[in-house]
Design a protein around this ligand. Sequence first.
Ligand code: FE2
Ligand code: FE2
Length: 212
Amino acid sequence: MSPERISVIIQQKIEAYDPSGNLDHTARLILALMSLRHSRTKLHVERVALMAEEVASDMGKDARQAFFSGLLHDIGKLVLPYHLFADQSITDDEFSEITSHAAAGHKVLEPFHLYTALVAGIHHRAQDRGYGLTLTDFPEDMPLSQVKKVLNIAVIVGVCDFIDAWQNRGDTLRDGRKKTDLDLRSLLLEKYPDDSQVVDLALVAADKVRTI
Ligand SMILES: [Fe+2]
Ligand SMILES: [Fe+2]
């Protein structure tokens, strides 16, 4: 997998989607900022965006929304020290600092891009000891159909996020279990019991992205 090739593909897709509300400009700016000191996170969000786009497209959902939500889901990490994401072991205090990235991402994006803001805020909610926004943080006047749409995209991004972290970060999980002792698909189905289709499509999409 070539980071340069992935970056080129991402820039082409941003341009081709030509989203409303200057979302393309926001995405480009965030990637440029990440390239300075958060290059690992930049590559992570780019891979997650490609995977999420593919899964959403396979399921007949909004591939553009999934793509941009994947690109922006970890925007909150930009305000945290980059050494926290250098794939070294971290303390409990540092982990708790990292958990702030979900709510921070929502706060920063919310005035500009509501959907991507909500996905950023909720993308870690389904995990063990999930964190970030909850449904009570959604705008009260948001129609149920739109709430569901955000939640669907958030599940896709969350599954792709977990797979990418599994494949590219360390040998052990935060609870100390070794990855070699675990099966990724089973673990995902434990976390997302109602979303086996997303899990299976995301695993295939991850294999595709690895060959870029
Ligand atoms: Fe995250
Ligand atoms: Fe992430």
